[in-house]
Design a protein around this ligand. Structure first.
Ligand code: ITT
Length: 188
C-alpha cells in the first residue's frame, strides 16, 4: 500500500490554494494550508521569489511549498510580471486595459513557480500558459487577472469565463503543480 502524501502550502490566497489542491488531489497528494507570515522579496524572476520565500520559512519536519505567479504582457515588455499583485491592487484590471489601449501586441503569458522543500531537499517547477489580453473585462469566475486573460487554447474565452475545471486543464498553475506531482510520484 502506498503511503499518504501531504504537502503544506504557505499562501494567503485561497483561490490559488483551491486550484492547487484540486490538481494535486487528482494525483493522490493532499494539500493543506500552512498559516505563516511569508517574507516576499521583490525580484525579476518568479522562481527566485518563490525559492527565497521558502528558504525563509522556518524549517519544519514536513514538506512545504510556496507558489509565486504573475502575468507577463509582451507589448509592455513583460509588465506587470513580478509586480502583478501590486498592479492589481493599485490600477486594477481597468488600469491594465487602459495601458494596453494603444498597444498592438496583446500577447501575454501567465507563469507560476512552485518551490518545494522537505528537510535538506528543495526544488522548483515552472508552469506557463500563453495567451492574450482581452479588450474588455469578461467573466466572473476565477480571480485576479482571469477576466482579462484569454488562453491560446480556450476557444477565445477568458479564464474568467471558464469553470474551475476548464481553467485547471490549461493553466500555468496546473502545469507547475502537475510537474511537482509527477516528481513526487517518482520518489518512493
Ligand atoms: P500568496 O500569498 O501565495 O503570495 P498572492 O495573491 O500574493 O498570494 P501571487 O503573488 O502569486 O499571489 O500572485 C500575483 C498576482 O497575480 C496576484 O494579484 C494574483 O491575484 C494574480 N494571479 C495569480 N495567479 C492568478 C491566476 O491564476 N489567475 C489570475 N490572476 C492570478
Amino acid at each position: 500500500m502506498s503511503k499518504e502524501r501531504i504537502l503544506w502550502m504557505a499562501t494567503r490566497n485561497k483561490n490559488k490554494y483551491s486550484e492547487a489542491k484540486n490538481i494535486l488531489s487528482s494525483m493522490g497528494v493532499t494539500l493543506k494550508i500552512l498559516e505563516v507570515n511569508r517574507v516576499e522579496v521583490q525580484a525579476d524572476d518568479l522562481k527566485e521569489i518563490a525559492s527565497y520565500s521558502l528558504r525563509n520559512l522556518e524549517s519544519e519536519s514536513r514538506p512545504i511549498i510556496v507558489e509565486d505567479a504573475g502575468l507577463f504582457i509582451d507589448g509592455l515588455n513583460g509588465f506587470p510580471g513580478p509586480y502583478s499583485s501590486y498592479v492589481l491592487r493599485t490600477i486594477g484590471l481597468e488600469g491594465v486595459l487602459k495601458l494596453m489601449k494603444n498597444v498592438e501586441n496583446r500577447e501575454a503569458k501567465f507563469k507560476s513557480a512552485v518551490a518545494y522543500k522537505f528537510r535538506d531537499q528543495s526544488t522548483c517547477f515552472l508552469g506557463v500558459v500563453e495567451g492574450e489580453i482581452s479588450t474588455e473585462i469578461r467573466g466572473s469566475q476565477g480571480f485576479g487577472y482571469d477576466p482579462i486573460f484569454i488562453p491560446g487554447e480556450g476557444g477565445g474565452r477568458t479564464f474568467g469565463e471558464m469553470s474551475p475545471e476548464e481553467k485547471n486543464a490549461l493553466s500555468h498553475r496546473a502545469r507547475a503543480f502537475r510537474k511537482l506531482g509527477e516528481w513526487l510520484l517518482t520518489r518512493n
